[in-house]
Design a protein around this ligand. Sequence first.
Ligand code: FPP
Length: 244
Amino acid sequence: MSHLKSLPPDIPRDKLPRHIGIIMDGNGRWAKKRGLPRFFGHRQGAITLRHMVRYCNAIGIEALTVYAFSTENWSRSEDEVSKLMKLMKKHLGNMEMYLKDNIRPQVIGDRSRLDEELQRKIALTEETFCNRTGIRFNVALNYGGRDEIVRAAKHLAKQVQEGTLRVEDIDEKRMEAEMYTASLPPVDLIIRTSGEYRTSNFLLWQSAYAEYYFTDTLWPDFNEDAMNQALRDYASRNRRFGGV
Ligand code: FPP
């Protein structure tokens, strides 16, 4: 268990979230503050992400889902979109990164709109590491919470149409099973960086009882201390799930 050492002693292990979601916001502003092109912020953000996956894995978080590209992000400049996609290819194709750790990477979202090379890289990465037992690392790519719910509704409707599902049998559990995150623990904590207070279509279904944590820190500046701060805050909350 030596790899579990690095959690600060004031954060109780039994109060750690099992599944963390992160809206990695503020890359563009981070770059702008330094007089750099926006892309530099994304590049630095990817480095931050690598550290955070490793850290979360080391302290025993079971799943981490990060918002890398939303269904709305296509409206950014062609240049920014193409550079972001290149960055994803580089990282998802960088097996070295996962080989050393026991990380299990996976992509969630509608991948049909991604280019073929990226789709291939994703499939290969997922296949290569599918037996890993460490943190489930989900990269939300061309992901939208509403899109995910629509997709679920369509899939259930199709089964009804085909006669394999009865309308009366559609319940929350059934919907839950249609979500990209079906096999993961419930999302306990959602972190958004950069001082923005929106959910921006991230994990809409899953966030029903998640705790939100907002920080002014820009994503490229986020680090272990910032994560510990979020974990401390989360540990101090009283989660009632609608009860008293
Ligand atoms: C939001 O910052 C960030 C994004 C839209 C991209 C997030 C992507 C990464 C961190 C790249 C790494 C991901 C992988 C999987 C390699 P923003 O551009 O909206 O920042 P701003 O609000 O300051 O403009």
